[in-house]
Structure formats: structure tokens, C-alpha cells
Design a protein around this ligand. Structure first.
Ligand code: HEC
Length: 107
């Protein structure tokens, strides 16, 4: 099975600070069940500006129980915002999701 992606860029939902976006889930994530996710679940988020031009990528990946890798790079500015395990502001906010660390799962 392949990656599942939202069909369109859309405005932020659920109070997201990321702005307009399109989210993709890998097969491990899109076929998962329940609120504890399998190791290897990956989300990739394309982040867009107000004119819907792609400006950054954000990634989350479950590496192990209690071990999440987070990455965000804004290639428009060349700034690497986050690159590491259980780090940055990412898990603080994503910890509030009803499914482990993950708000949007594309099926
Ligand atoms: C203040 C809360 C908040 C912070 C901080 C935050 N996020 Fe998110 N994030 C969200 C919300 C809410 C969504 C889903 C809503 C949407 O996609 O519009 C989301 C969606 C995502 C997604 C798509 C998968 C999912 O969980 O829905 C990824 C990947 C992601 N964020 C990565 C990151 C990374 C990397 C960081 C740290 C640099 C980060 N986020 C920081 C709130 C946050």
C-alpha cells in the first residue's frame, strides 16, 4: 500500500499553528487501528503560505514506545526549525491529540 494524502491544500484545523497544509500518512499509519500507533508510523505535512505556496515540510515518525522523531524545515528561509527525538515544541502540543501524537490520519 502507498502513502495516503489529503487531496487538497486546506486551511489549518484544530487550532494548528502550522497554517494552510496538506498531510500525508504512510501505510503503517493509514492502516493503524486504535489510539496507540505502530512503530514506523510517519506523517508528512506540507505547509503553505497564505497564497498557498509551499514553504516548509514537517515530519513526525514513531521510532519506539515513547520515542518520536520530529523534523521541520522551512526551505524558503533555509531554516531548520526542529530535527530530533522528543524535542522542540512539537510533542508538547501533539501530546494533546486523541490518537498518540497525531491529529490527522489520512486513510
Ligand atoms: C500548538 C500546537 C502545535 C505545535 C506546537 C506543533 N503542531 Fe503539528 N499539528 C498541530 C495540529 C492541530 C495539527 C493538525 C491540524 C492541521 O493539520 O491543520 C498538526 C499537524 C501536524 C502534522 C501532520 C500529522 C498530524 O499530527 O496531524 C505533522 C507532521 C506535524 N504537525 C508536525 C509538527 C512538528 C514537526 C512540530 C514542531 C516543529 C509541530 N508539529 C508543532 C498542532 C501543533
Amino acid at each position: 500500500m502507498r502513502w495516503q494524502c489529503e487531496p487538497f491544500v486546506r486551511d489549518a484545523i484544530l487550532g494548528s499553528p502550522h497554517g494552510a497544509a496538506r498531510v500525508c500518512s504512510n501505510a503503517v499509519l493509514s492502516t493503524s487501528q486504535g489510539d496507540v500507533l505502530p512503530i514506523g508510523a510517519v506523517s508528512v505535512k506540507e505547509i503553505y503560505d497564505a497564497e498557498h505556496r509551499l514553504r516548509a515540510h514537517a515530519v513526525s515518525r514513531k521510532m519506539g514506545e515513547g520515542d518520536w522523531y520530529w523534523y521541520e524545515y522551512a526551505f524558503v528561509t533555509g531554516r531548520l526549525h526542529v530535527d530530533g527525538h522528543n524535542t522542540g515544541s512539537c510533542p508538547d502540543c501533539h501530546g494533546a491529540a486523541s490518537i498518540e501524537q497525531t491529529f490527522v490520519i489520512v486513510r
